[in-house]
Design a protein around this ligand. Structure first.
Ligand SMILES: Nc1nc2c(ncn2[C@@H]2O[C@H](COP(=O)(O)OP(=O)(O)OP(=O)(O)O)[C@@H](O)[C@H]2O)c(=O)[nH]1
Ligand SMILES: [Mg+2]
Length: 303
Protein backbone atom coordinates (compact mmCIF):
# COMPACT_ATOMS: atom_id res chain seq x y z
CA UNK A 1 0.00 0.00 0.00
CA UNK A 2 2.64 2.46 1.13
CA UNK A 3 4.98 1.04 -1.50
CA UNK A 4 2.46 1.74 -4.22
CA UNK A 5 2.08 5.32 -3.13
CA UNK A 6 5.84 5.80 -3.11
CA UNK A 7 6.18 4.28 -6.57
CA UNK A 8 3.41 6.60 -7.69
CA UNK A 9 5.39 9.63 -6.53
CA UNK A 10 3.37 10.48 -3.41
CA UNK A 11 5.58 12.91 -1.49
CA UNK A 12 3.98 12.47 1.91
CA UNK A 13 4.40 8.72 1.70
CA UNK A 14 8.02 9.24 0.65
CA UNK A 15 8.69 11.61 3.55
CA UNK A 16 7.21 9.15 6.03
CA UNK A 17 9.19 6.29 4.58
CA UNK A 18 12.40 8.33 4.68
CA UNK A 19 11.90 8.90 8.39
CA UNK A 20 11.34 5.18 8.91
CA UNK A 21 14.51 4.38 6.94
CA UNK A 22 16.45 6.91 8.98
CA UNK A 23 15.21 5.30 12.19
CA UNK A 24 15.87 1.79 10.86
CA UNK A 25 12.46 0.44 11.76
CA UNK A 26 11.28 -3.05 10.90
CA UNK A 27 8.61 -1.48 8.70
CA UNK A 28 11.31 0.33 6.74
CA UNK A 29 13.04 -2.95 6.04
CA UNK A 30 9.82 -4.57 4.83
CA UNK A 31 9.09 -1.56 2.67
CA UNK A 32 12.56 -1.54 1.12
CA UNK A 33 12.22 -5.24 0.39
CA UNK A 34 9.00 -4.51 -1.48
CA UNK A 35 10.51 -1.57 -3.33
CA UNK A 36 13.75 -3.33 -4.21
CA UNK A 37 12.70 -4.53 -7.70
CA UNK A 38 12.17 -0.88 -8.61
CA UNK A 39 15.67 0.25 -7.69
CA UNK A 40 18.84 0.45 -9.74
CA UNK A 41 17.80 3.17 -12.15
CA UNK A 42 18.99 6.38 -10.52
CA UNK A 43 22.39 7.96 -11.03
CA UNK A 44 24.00 8.29 -7.62
CA UNK A 45 26.48 11.13 -7.36
CA UNK A 46 28.61 11.51 -4.25
CA UNK A 47 29.96 14.94 -3.42
CA UNK A 48 32.65 14.97 -0.78
CA UNK A 49 35.47 17.23 0.33
CA UNK A 50 36.79 19.18 3.29
CA UNK A 51 34.54 21.31 5.49
CA UNK A 52 33.48 24.56 3.87
CA UNK A 53 34.70 23.64 0.39
CA UNK A 54 31.32 24.56 -1.08
CA UNK A 55 29.82 21.07 -1.31
CA UNK A 56 26.30 22.16 -0.39
CA UNK A 57 26.43 25.10 -2.76
CA UNK A 58 27.63 22.79 -5.52
CA UNK A 59 24.98 20.15 -4.76
CA UNK A 60 22.38 22.88 -4.87
CA UNK A 61 23.65 24.02 -8.29
CA UNK A 62 23.80 20.47 -9.61
CA UNK A 63 20.22 20.00 -8.49
CA UNK A 64 19.23 23.14 -10.39
CA UNK A 65 20.99 21.97 -13.53
CA UNK A 66 19.27 18.59 -13.29
CA UNK A 67 15.89 20.22 -12.69
CA UNK A 68 16.45 22.36 -15.77
CA UNK A 69 16.66 19.08 -17.70
CA UNK A 70 13.40 17.97 -16.11
CA UNK A 71 15.03 15.35 -13.91
CA UNK A 72 13.72 14.58 -10.46
CA UNK A 73 16.36 14.89 -7.79
CA UNK A 74 16.95 13.44 -4.35
CA UNK A 75 19.52 14.97 -2.02
CA UNK A 76 20.98 13.15 0.98
CA UNK A 77 23.05 15.33 3.27
CA UNK A 78 25.12 13.12 5.54
CA UNK A 79 25.91 14.68 8.87
CA UNK A 80 28.83 12.87 10.41
CA UNK A 81 27.99 14.54 13.72
CA UNK A 82 31.59 15.56 14.03
CA UNK A 83 32.55 18.53 16.14
CA UNK A 84 33.53 20.38 12.94
CA UNK A 85 30.19 20.30 11.31
CA UNK A 86 27.85 21.25 14.09
CA UNK A 87 24.91 22.97 12.53
CA UNK A 88 26.05 22.20 9.01
CA UNK A 89 22.76 20.53 8.19
CA UNK A 90 20.77 23.48 9.43
CA UNK A 91 22.89 25.75 7.25
CA UNK A 92 22.30 23.45 4.30
CA UNK A 93 18.58 23.50 4.89
CA UNK A 94 18.56 27.26 4.83
CA UNK A 95 20.70 27.49 1.72
CA UNK A 96 18.67 24.88 -0.10
CA UNK A 97 15.37 26.26 0.99
CA UNK A 98 14.46 27.72 -2.34
CA UNK A 99 14.06 24.16 -3.61
CA UNK A 100 11.47 23.33 -1.01
CA UNK A 101 8.70 24.76 -3.10
CA UNK A 102 9.81 22.42 -5.87
CA UNK A 103 8.50 18.90 -5.53
CA UNK A 104 11.20 17.79 -7.95
CA UNK A 105 13.83 18.13 -5.23
CA UNK A 106 13.55 15.96 -2.14
CA UNK A 107 16.09 16.66 0.60
CA UNK A 108 16.94 14.43 3.54
CA UNK A 109 19.72 14.35 6.06
CA UNK A 110 21.26 11.30 7.67
CA UNK A 111 23.01 11.41 11.01
CA UNK A 112 25.57 9.03 12.44
CA UNK A 113 24.22 6.39 14.73
CA UNK A 114 27.61 5.69 16.20
CA UNK A 115 28.13 2.20 14.85
CA UNK A 116 30.84 1.44 12.35
CA UNK A 117 29.58 1.32 8.82
CA UNK A 118 26.07 2.11 10.01
CA UNK A 119 26.02 5.45 8.31
CA UNK A 120 27.00 4.00 4.97
CA UNK A 121 24.30 1.37 5.22
CA UNK A 122 21.63 3.85 6.20
CA UNK A 123 22.67 6.08 3.34
CA UNK A 124 22.45 3.23 0.83
CA UNK A 125 18.97 2.39 2.06
CA UNK A 126 17.90 6.01 1.78
CA UNK A 127 19.30 6.12 -1.76
CA UNK A 128 17.37 2.95 -2.61
CA UNK A 129 14.17 4.52 -1.33
CA UNK A 130 14.68 7.67 -3.41
CA UNK A 131 15.61 5.57 -6.42
CA UNK A 132 12.39 3.57 -6.14
CA UNK A 133 10.46 6.80 -5.71
CA UNK A 134 11.57 7.79 -9.19
CA UNK A 135 14.35 10.23 -8.42
CA UNK A 136 16.55 10.01 -11.51
CA UNK A 137 19.52 11.61 -9.81
CA UNK A 138 20.55 11.24 -6.20
CA UNK A 139 23.14 13.59 -4.77
CA UNK A 140 24.90 12.57 -1.57
CA UNK A 141 26.90 15.19 0.32
CA UNK A 142 29.47 14.08 2.89
CA UNK A 143 32.33 15.82 4.61
CA UNK A 144 35.39 13.98 3.44
CA UNK A 145 37.41 13.17 6.49
CA UNK A 146 36.69 9.80 8.05
CA UNK A 147 36.17 6.19 7.13
CA UNK A 148 32.40 6.56 6.97
CA UNK A 149 32.81 9.11 4.22
CA UNK A 150 35.07 6.86 2.21
CA UNK A 151 32.47 4.11 2.49
CA UNK A 152 29.69 6.44 1.47
CA UNK A 153 31.70 7.57 -1.51
CA UNK A 154 31.87 3.93 -2.56
CA UNK A 155 28.08 3.83 -2.67
CA UNK A 156 28.02 6.45 -5.37
CA UNK A 157 28.20 5.67 -9.07
CA UNK A 158 30.45 8.67 -9.41
CA UNK A 159 32.28 10.50 -6.64
CA UNK A 160 33.11 14.17 -6.98
CA UNK A 161 35.83 15.41 -4.64
CA UNK A 162 35.59 19.13 -4.04
CA UNK A 163 38.81 20.98 -3.32
CA UNK A 164 39.50 24.67 -2.94
CA UNK A 165 42.56 26.77 -3.76
CA UNK A 166 44.87 27.78 -0.97
CA UNK A 167 44.78 24.45 0.82
CA UNK A 168 48.00 23.07 -0.64
CA UNK A 169 49.16 21.15 2.38
CA UNK A 170 45.73 19.81 3.03
CA UNK A 171 45.80 17.99 -0.28
CA UNK A 172 48.68 16.03 1.16
CA UNK A 173 46.78 15.38 4.34
CA UNK A 174 43.59 14.14 2.74
CA UNK A 175 45.30 12.44 -0.16
CA UNK A 176 45.35 9.01 1.44
CA UNK A 177 41.64 8.97 2.04
CA UNK A 178 39.77 10.84 -0.60
CA UNK A 179 42.24 11.25 -3.43
CA UNK A 180 41.79 7.62 -4.32
CA UNK A 181 38.01 7.63 -4.28
CA UNK A 182 37.74 10.65 -6.57
CA UNK A 183 36.27 10.00 -10.01
CA UNK A 184 36.11 13.70 -10.75
CA UNK A 185 37.72 16.67 -9.02
CA UNK A 186 35.91 19.96 -8.72
CA UNK A 187 38.22 22.86 -7.96
CA UNK A 188 35.64 25.08 -6.40
CA UNK A 189 36.05 28.73 -5.47
CA UNK A 190 38.04 29.10 -8.66
CA UNK A 191 37.27 32.80 -8.37
CA UNK A 192 39.95 32.83 -5.71
CA UNK A 193 43.67 32.80 -6.43
CA UNK A 194 45.57 29.53 -6.52
CA UNK A 195 43.36 27.38 -8.77
CA UNK A 196 46.22 26.79 -11.23
CA UNK A 197 48.54 25.67 -8.50
CA UNK A 198 45.95 23.38 -6.97
CA UNK A 199 45.23 21.78 -10.32
CA UNK A 200 48.95 21.11 -10.80
CA UNK A 201 49.16 19.57 -7.34
CA UNK A 202 46.21 17.31 -7.98
CA UNK A 203 47.72 16.23 -11.31
CA UNK A 204 51.03 15.51 -9.59
CA UNK A 205 49.22 13.39 -7.00
CA UNK A 206 47.40 11.48 -9.70
CA UNK A 207 50.73 10.63 -11.29
CA UNK A 208 51.71 8.91 -8.08
CA UNK A 209 48.57 6.80 -7.99
CA UNK A 210 49.13 3.11 -8.53
CA UNK A 211 45.99 2.84 -10.63
CA UNK A 212 46.89 4.18 -14.07
CA UNK A 213 43.27 4.81 -15.00
CA UNK A 214 43.41 7.58 -12.40
CA UNK A 215 45.62 9.63 -14.71
CA UNK A 216 42.59 10.60 -16.75
CA UNK A 217 40.57 11.80 -13.78
CA UNK A 218 38.79 14.96 -14.95
CA UNK A 219 39.44 18.19 -13.06
CA UNK A 220 36.70 20.76 -13.46
CA UNK A 221 36.89 24.30 -12.15
CA UNK A 222 33.77 25.68 -10.57
CA UNK A 223 32.48 28.77 -8.87
CA UNK A 224 29.51 27.17 -7.17
CA UNK A 225 28.12 30.41 -5.83
CA UNK A 226 27.68 31.68 -9.37
CA UNK A 227 26.84 28.37 -10.94
CA UNK A 228 29.98 28.48 -13.09
CA UNK A 229 31.35 25.18 -14.33
CA UNK A 230 28.36 23.22 -13.07
CA UNK A 231 27.14 22.05 -16.47
CA UNK A 232 30.72 20.99 -17.29
CA UNK A 233 30.91 19.12 -13.98
CA UNK A 234 27.68 17.29 -14.73
CA UNK A 235 29.03 16.41 -18.17
CA UNK A 236 32.21 14.96 -16.63
CA UNK A 237 30.13 12.96 -14.14
CA UNK A 238 28.08 11.44 -16.96
CA UNK A 239 31.14 10.50 -18.98
CA UNK A 240 32.61 8.74 -15.96
CA UNK A 241 29.40 6.90 -15.29
CA UNK A 242 29.23 5.65 -18.87
CA UNK A 243 32.85 4.59 -18.73
CA UNK A 244 32.32 2.70 -15.47
CA UNK A 245 29.27 0.93 -16.82
CA UNK A 246 31.30 -0.19 -19.84
CA UNK A 247 34.26 -1.35 -17.76
CA UNK A 248 32.54 -2.84 -14.79
CA UNK A 249 29.40 -4.33 -16.33
CA UNK A 250 27.10 -2.45 -14.01
CA UNK A 251 27.68 -0.45 -10.90
CA UNK A 252 25.56 -2.31 -8.41
CA UNK A 253 27.67 -5.44 -8.03
CA UNK A 254 30.22 -4.22 -5.49
CA UNK A 255 27.62 -2.17 -3.68
CA UNK A 256 25.32 -5.13 -3.18
CA UNK A 257 28.23 -7.33 -2.14
CA UNK A 258 28.93 -4.89 0.66
CA UNK A 259 25.31 -4.78 1.60
CA UNK A 260 24.91 -8.54 1.75
CA UNK A 261 28.11 -8.94 3.73
CA UNK A 262 26.93 -6.27 6.10
CA UNK A 263 23.58 -7.91 6.64
CA UNK A 264 25.15 -11.28 7.19
CA UNK A 265 27.61 -10.01 9.77
CA UNK A 266 24.85 -8.22 11.56
CA UNK A 267 23.26 -11.53 12.41
CA UNK A 268 26.41 -12.62 14.16
CA UNK A 269 26.39 -11.39 17.76
CA UNK A 270 29.46 -9.32 18.59
CA UNK A 271 30.07 -11.21 21.85
CA UNK A 272 30.28 -14.50 19.96
CA UNK A 273 32.97 -13.01 17.73
CA UNK A 274 34.76 -11.62 20.75
CA UNK A 275 34.65 -14.94 22.61
CA UNK A 276 35.96 -16.72 19.51
CA UNK A 277 38.81 -14.26 19.15
CA UNK A 278 39.65 -14.68 22.81
CA UNK A 279 39.78 -18.46 22.56
CA UNK A 280 41.98 -18.18 19.49
CA UNK A 281 44.15 -15.53 21.15
CA UNK A 282 44.79 -17.79 24.12
CA UNK A 283 45.64 -20.61 21.74
CA UNK A 284 42.87 -22.67 23.24
CA UNK A 285 41.36 -23.06 19.78
CA UNK A 286 42.48 -22.55 16.21
CA UNK A 287 40.87 -19.93 13.97
CA UNK A 288 39.75 -22.44 11.33
CA UNK A 289 37.73 -24.54 13.74
CA UNK A 290 36.11 -21.44 15.18
CA UNK A 291 34.91 -20.29 11.77
CA UNK A 292 33.65 -23.77 10.95
CA UNK A 293 31.72 -23.78 14.17
CA UNK A 294 30.20 -20.37 13.45
CA UNK A 295 29.08 -21.48 10.04
CA UNK A 296 27.50 -24.57 11.56
CA UNK A 297 25.77 -22.74 14.41
CA UNK A 298 24.85 -19.43 12.84
CA UNK A 299 24.44 -20.13 9.17
CA UNK A 300 23.14 -23.68 9.15
CA UNK A 301 22.47 -25.25 5.80
CA UNK A 302 18.76 -25.54 5.10
CA UNK A 303 17.72 -29.12 5.70
N1 LIG B 1 34.18 32.64 -3.25
C1 LIG B 1 33.44 31.54 -3.33
N2 LIG B 1 32.74 31.15 -2.26
C2 LIG B 1 32.00 30.03 -2.38
C3 LIG B 1 31.95 29.28 -3.57
N3 LIG B 1 31.15 28.21 -3.38
C4 LIG B 1 30.72 28.29 -2.10
N4 LIG B 1 31.21 29.38 -1.50
C5 LIG B 1 30.97 29.82 -0.11
O1 LIG B 1 31.69 28.96 0.78
C6 LIG B 1 30.98 28.82 2.00
C7 LIG B 1 30.80 27.35 2.31
O2 LIG B 1 29.93 26.78 1.35
P1 LIG B 1 29.12 25.44 1.62
O3 LIG B 1 28.42 25.12 0.37
O4 LIG B 1 28.33 25.54 2.85
O5 LIG B 1 30.32 24.46 1.89
P2 LIG B 1 30.24 22.94 2.40
O6 LIG B 1 31.42 22.27 1.82
O7 LIG B 1 28.91 22.38 2.13
O8 LIG B 1 30.43 23.13 3.97
P3 LIG B 1 30.18 22.01 5.11
O9 LIG B 1 28.98 21.23 4.74
O10 LIG B 1 29.99 22.82 6.36
O11 LIG B 1 31.43 21.19 5.15
C8 LIG B 1 29.66 29.55 1.81
O12 LIG B 1 29.76 30.80 2.41
C9 LIG B 1 29.53 29.66 0.32
O13 LIG B 1 28.77 30.77 -0.07
C10 LIG B 1 32.72 29.72 -4.69
O14 LIG B 1 32.76 29.12 -5.76
N5 LIG B 1 33.43 30.87 -4.49
MG1 LIG C 1 27.52 21.39 3.44
Amino acid sequence: MQAERILGGDLRALARAATAVENRTKEAEALLAELFPHTGRATIIGVTGPPGAGKSTLVDQLARALRAEGKRVGIIAVDPSSPFSGGAILGDRIRMQHHYADEGVFIRSMATRGQMGGLARGTLEMAMLLDAAGREAILIETVGVGQDEVEIARLADVTVVVLVPGMGDDVQAIKAGIMEIADVFAINKSDQPGADRLEQEVRANLLLASDHAKLDTPIVRTVAQEGKGVVELLGAVRLIKDKKIRNMAGLWGPRLCEMLRDRLLERMPADVIRAGAEAVGERRRDPFAVVEEWLRDWYPKPS
